[in-house]
Ligand binder design. Structure first.
Ligand SMILES: CC(C)(COP(=O)(O)OP(=O)(O)OC[C@H]1O[C@@H](n2cnc3c(N)ncnc32)[C@H](O)[C@@H]1OP(=O)(O)O)[C@@H](O)C(=O)NCCC(=O)NCCS
Length: 184
């Protein structure tokens, strides 16, 4: 069984990005992401409507972090500190040395390889520091951009679950992608 501890918070740095802990003061930027119907199209979660709801979301992420159930980073451009997206392990299966990733990026920054760069840093941390053996991602089959990010990082499609989720009266298919540790 793996055990995780995230104190001090592990900040990550890439060529263009600084990944830091989420703060309550990110609520306005978080609200933009979580209230945007286009960005949330393939994420079966209720849209946030107010800054208070975004604050609650950030507090919920903080709770997952405190209990080592998940870890999410705020994505910022180096030297700017403004949240432009979020990426992280939405949950772990410590008994299986496995984590599941999730991510979301402001639309003004799409198509520049930013999520690929951020997720690569998160995967490096997951495999090298947390010692995960595998990382999974569950996506909507129509979410081509998300699928492309996973494929660029060598994830392999392992499953297509048909109508396995029910959200707001619609049956949802999902693809499960996974990546095994590069460490042997
Ligand atoms: C998925 C997401 C994070 C990708 O972020 P990004 O920084 O734009 O990703 P990248 O630039 O690293 O790579 C995206 C790739 O998909 C391609 N792409 C984007 N939209 C596409 C589309 N509609 N059809 C085909 N390819 C598409 C891009 O061209 C790019 O490929 P390339 O590097 O070969 O040019 C972003 O689109 C997003 O936040 N979407 C909304 C939230 C979401 O769906 N999250 C995932 C939930 S599982």
């Amino acid at each position: 069984m793996l055990t995780f501890q995230f104190s001090p918070f592990p900040e990550l740095v890439t060529d263009r990005l600084a990944l830091r802990q989420l703060r309550i003061s990110d609520a306005v930027e978080m609200l933009y992401l979580r209230s945007h119907p286009g960005l949330m199209r393939y994420i079966p979660r209720p849209l946030s409507r107010t800054v208070e709801e975004a604050v609650e979301l950030i507090e919920r992420y903080q709770g997952y972090l405190d209990r080592s159930e998940g870890i999410n980073w705020a994505i910022t451009e180096k030297g700017k500190d403004v949240l432009i997206g979020a990426v992280g392990f939405v949950h772990f299966e410590p008994e299986n040395h496995r984590g599941e990733v999730g991510y979301l990026l402001h639309d003004a920054f799409h198509g520049k390889g930013i999520m690929t760069e951020a997720l690569q840093a998160v995967l490096d941390y997951g495999f090298h520091t947390l010692k995960l053996h595998s990382v999974g991602a569950v996506i909507d089959p129509e979410n081509t951009a998300s699928e492309k990010v996973l494929q660029k990082l060598d994830f392999v499609k392992e499953a297509h679950f048909r109508e396995s989720g029910l959200y707001e009266g619609r049956w949802l298919d999902s693809y499960v992608y996974s990546l095994l540790t590069p460490l042997k």
